[in-house]
Design a protein. Structure first.
Length: 298
């Protein structure tokens, strides 16, 4: 996505917006990945004029591939620029617009629900004047790009990670967009032992269902950003990685008992399906479920 233009009311023939002449084709979509409160898609955008109405969610478009010249008008000022790989446009909820690209391009488009963003902002306890997602055009932020490409990898992966990972990435993206960062006092750098036990026991008891950062953070009575930092400092791995490791270990135990089918074990340990479980067992254990069962039999 390139630039946004507030569409002015038609006052004369010259003020009437041109007809929409561009086309958008979605190559990948997160609709079936179980992401909640946010989503993403990889889109092919043709050359021509594009107009988008105001949405209730925030949008971020990250340019992918070869540079493209974009002509636009922003805040009633003409704009002409070269949009390079990784350049991002941030369009807050409620803002409509239009822009024109000289040639076709590919966009990694991320949408963030307003409630998801507001919850993150509230947990950071920032001043209201500072805690806003503002329009930005051709934003070049290496850290944000890193998060965006990680989320894109999840979108394009043959076997996606747990939705918890995507949620963690999107939370970090919101933090980056509003310019806030979790700040910890000198006395609290890790989770208290009882708190850590409460969280890990909850994870262990609910591996068969979708876990969210919000509910895990609530167990620790912390904001999601602070919880992520303290959990990693305490357990040595990010939340999503810990959950996947525990699911793989649970699946390994059940497979060696040989009492249930592999497909049933996958569902009982929180994986989307059998091949999803096999993917993560291959990454973490170095063997497929079938190889594990054969090794156990020997």
């Amino acid at each position: 996505m390139n630039a946004v233009i507030p569409i002015a009311p038609a006052q004369s023939p010259s003020a009437i917006p041109l007809a929409h002449s561009g086309a958008r084709i979605a190559l990948r979509s997160s609709r079936a990945l179980g992401w909640q409160g946010f989503g993403a898609e990889l889109v092919n955008v043709s050359a021509g004029l594009h107009r988008i109405p105001a949405f209730k969610h925030h949008r971020v478009g990250v340019h992918v591939g070869a540079p493209v010249r974009a002509r636009c008008l922003c805040n009633e000022k003409p704009h002409s620029r070269i949009q390079a790989h990784g350049d991002a446009d941030v369009i807050p909820a409620g803002l409509d617009g239009q822009w024109s690209d000289e040639s076709a391009c590919t966009i990694f488009s991320v949408w963030i629900g307003d409630e998801f963003a507001r919850r993150t902002v509230e947990q950071l306890a920032l001043k209201t004047s500072n805690a806003q997602i503002r329009p930005q055009f051709q934003m070049r932020d290496p850290r944000f790009q890193h998060l965006a490409w990680a989320l894109r990898a999840e979108l394009e992966a043959d076997e996606a990670s747990d939705p918890l990972y995507a949620e963690s990435l999107c939370t970090a993206m919101v933090v980056r967009l509003i310019g806030g960062a979790p700040s910890l006092d000198d006395k609290r750098r890790t989770l208290a032992p009882k708190t850590a036990a409460r969280v890990t026991e909850f994870i262990e008891a609910h591996l068969d269902r979708r876990l969210t950062l919000s509910e895990l953070a609530a167990l620790a009575d912390l904001s999601v950003p602070h919880f992520k930092v303290l959990f990693r400092a305490t357990l040595g791995v990010p939340v999503h990685q810990y959950v996947v490791q525990r699911r793989v270990e649970r699946a390994r135990t059940l497979l060696l008992q040989s009492r249930l089918s592999a497909s049933q074990i996958a569902l009982d340990t929180g994986f989307a399906h059998q091949s999803h479980m096999a993917h993560w067992m291959g990454r973490l254990l170095g063997m497929t479920p079938r190889e594990l069962i054969k090794a156990g039999a020997r």
